[in-house]
Ligand binder design. Structure first.
Ligand SMILES: [Zn+2]
Ligand SMILES: [Zn+2]
Length: 687
């Protein structure tokens, strides 16, 4: 192995003293190195660099990141139809940052470390030779056979990096399961090799399993952007008994981090439906691996920078070993629409709305929230926010400076009554038809003080998440029944999705020109569609790896292969406080009980003689109503009595035998009478 050529530039003050037993994140041993700092992408003309967070910067650095004024030559200025709305003042001093959320302060519940910047070495840290047995392995612990549970792993030598630790919501046939998390059994005994966890953005399918999984794998440092860090922190607070997290907050989209002996990580800016989303470039001894995370290209985004096409192209020109790209939209032709189009459409609707407006969207869709707040200011409307998750995210984003609005734009419940209908907008959660969310409660008349009325306009500024179609339809029916008129994405452009469609995916492929292509984030169907797209823009067919969860792709000096090696990737289900304790058998029982109910048979026997004492008790739940089905119950009792009398209670296997016999015979009898298969639970008490 060659010596580490990376030197850190000491532009940062000394990191806070370590407090957590896991210690600070690994950092360059040469952190006291030369003070020179070469900017990797110091583009001629000083083009602005995407930048995460919104904290004050001083001196030349601040001016270096200064965004050109809206009237300047910015290539991404808004089209003339739109006001240049609340562009994120990412580089200005910002009075609004509350120490509670400021990412580099040591916040309650999470240990936050300063990021360590390394300089601009692009060469791999280690140069493999033909005879070395160094290998690069890439596999996913989730996200290749489903939407959700995103978790990708890169291994090289003794170093492991994990990208995203998401959850998945249960499918049909998983009654009672809260969600499903990645299986980390494959790391057993190798926890110390996990050098870092990179989190691309704050959606639950990327952060949702962190609090469950990280304590199990040695609590490695998390590399992520400020808003994502805040959202992880908010979620982690709900688990007071797990250790603090180690955070390394990524401040600039082109910062570089040495992780372990073999990796350099460098985020690159992309667009998505949440601020601060980035893709991850991981430079390895065998070449650069790009993981897009969830992404779209938005050339006219609202309140954030457009995706950094120049940087993505630069990776391509330097050579990309493998591209792992978001497949969520791989089946959809065309381009994803821009947030600017949503802005224009909402502008028209809000301008014309005759009375009160009720707008439902995702609580994490903060760029949309910004559009709505800006338009409300434009038309003199006040905004009432309803929904705990929405309120929480708005507070966090406002404190970090991602959401900008004038004092008084958002009003409290007490102030609500002071305004006329045409001055009001209710911004709420529940556009997916969720039962207890604000919009549903308004629709069903269960809301504490908001009642639907003739003239209300309800906007669904979101897509319908697959699986929620029916509840959304029911919600719309209820709203219409009460006289509201409805605007949704199918009849107006009131929602832009967060995922690249086919033409955007081709652009990503063309820009990065990867040698190998690995579609991620989607069902097999979507991955296959994405694989075909890659082949259509010139990736060699045999270099497109459509893998299963856990299936290892291996790379060395001779090239890459999709191997038959598999890491454990089975579902780990979370139910209440239990993690992984609900097995397939438990699920089968739950499904059976939910379909046909259960019947408990309790028989009491004299221990010495084996004689039955009294009549067996029968309890039915969810099967039949006992009082109205006396005949079946009596016949069942009789059957149990006969079975007990006919068996030898002295046999050593009596207990096992008799339970099986009752289960089978009673089960068959009940099926013959009712054509139902309740779960039969025999209980034998010997006294
Ligand atoms: Zn996402
Ligand atoms: Zn996602």
């Amino acid at each position: 192995m060659s010596p580490n050529p990376v030197t850190a530039s000491p532009t940062m003050p000394t990191p806070p003293p370590r407090r957590h037993p896991m210690g600070p994140p690994r950092r360059s041993p040469a952190s006291a190195g030369a003070p020179q700092e070469r900017r990797f992408n110091a583009a001629p003309g000083g083009a602005p660099r995407p930048h995460y967070g919104n904290r004050a910067h001083s001196g030349s650095r601040a001016s270096m990141h200064a965004r050109p004024p809206a009237s300047g030559p910015a290539t991404y200025s808004a089209p003339p139809t739109a006001q240049p709305i609340a562009q994120r003042s990412a580089y200005k001093a910002h009075a609004n940052v509350n120490a509670k959320y400021a990412p580099n302060f040591n916040t309650a519940g999470i240990e936050v470390h300063r990021s360590i910047r390394v300089n601009e070495v692009f060469e791999p840290l280690v140069t493999p030779t033909a005879d070395s047995d160094l290998k690069l392995k890439i596999y996913a612990l989730g996200g290749l056979e489903e939407i959700g549970r995103n978790c990708t792993v890169i291994e090289c030598g003794d170093d492991i990096i994990i990208i995203d630790v998401g959850l998945m919501f249960p499918e049909e046939g998983m009654p009672g399961i809260d969600y499903i998390i990645p299986n980390v059994a494959g790391f057993k005994g190798r926890e110390k090799n996990i050098r870092g966890v990179i989190i691309t953005h704050g959606h639950l399918d990327h952060i949702g399993a962190i609090s469950h999984v990280l304590p199990k794998i040695g609590n490695p440092p998390i590399y992520t952007a400020p808003l994502t860090a805040g959202m992880i922190r908010g979620r982690h607070e709900e688990y007071p008994n797990v250790p603090k997290l180690n955070m390394v907050v990524v401040e600039h989209a082109d910062e570089r981090f040495k992780i372990g002996k073999n990796f350099i990580f460098e985020p690159f800016h992309i667009n998505h439906t949440i601020s601060d989303a980035f893709g991850a470039a991981v430079h390895t001894p065998f070449g650069t691996v790009l993981i897009t995370g969830d992404f779209k290209f938005d050339f006219t985004p609202v309140n954030e920078e457009p995706a950094d096409l120049g940087r993505i192209a630069m990776f391509g020109s330097k050579g990309v070993l493998a591209l792992l790209s978001d497949s969520t939209g791989a089946d959809l032709p065309g381009h994803q629409i821009s947030e600017q189009i949503v802005y224009d459409e909402l502008d028209r609707i809000i301008a014309k709305a005759p009375a009160r407006l009720i707008i439902g969207t995702f609580s994490s869709l903060l760029t949309r929230v910004q559009i709505i707040l800006t338009l409300c200011e434009k038309y003199g409307r006040r905004v009432l926010i309803q929904g705990r998750s929405m309120q929480k995210n708005v507070d966090l984003a406002h404190e970090l400076g991602y959401l900008q609005f004038k004092p008084g734009t958002i009003i409290s419940e007490d102030e609500y009554g002071k305004y006329r209908d045409e001055q009001l907008v209710v911004l709420c959660t529940g556009a997916q038809g969720e039962k207890n969310a604000a919009l549903m409660r308004i629709a069903t008349g269960e809301h504490r003080f908001l009642k639907l009325q003739e003239g209300d306009t309800v906007i669904f500024s979101s897509s319908v998440v697959p699986g929620n179609e029916r509840s959304v339809q029911r919600l719309k029916d209820t709203l219409v029944r009460h006289g509201a008129s409805i605007v949704h994405y199918a009849n107006m452009d009131v929602h832009a999705g967060g995922h690249a469609k086919q033409e955007d995916l081709k652009l990503m492929l063309r820009l990065t020109k990867p040698k190998f292509f690995i579609p991620i984030h989607g069902n097999r169907f979507m991955l296959a569609a994405h694989g075909r797209l890659a082949a259509s823009v010139g990736v060699a067919k045999e270099n497109v790896f459509i893998a299963d969860n856990g299936q290892v792709m291996a790379f060395d000096v001779n090239g890459g292969r999709l191997t038959e090696e598999r890491m454990p990737a089975e579902y780990v289900m979370v139910d209440g406080l239990g993690v992984g304790d609900v097995s397939e058998i438990v699920l089968r029982d739950r499904t059976q009980m939910s379909e046909d109910g259960m019947l408990v048979v309790i028989a009491t026997m004299e221990e010495s003689t084996g004689e039955l004492i009294g009549n067996p008790d029968i309890i039915s739940r969810g099967f039949i109503f006992v009082k109205e089905n006396k005949e079946i119950i009596d016949k069942t009792r009789l059957l149990v009595r006969k079975i007990l009398e006919a068996s030898d209670h002295k046999s050593p296997v009596f207990d096992e035998f008799i339970k099986n016999k009752i289960r089978n015979d009673v089960g068959q009898f009940l099926f013959s009478q009712t054509k139902r298969r309740p779960m039969v639970l025999p209980v034998i008490i010997e006294v």
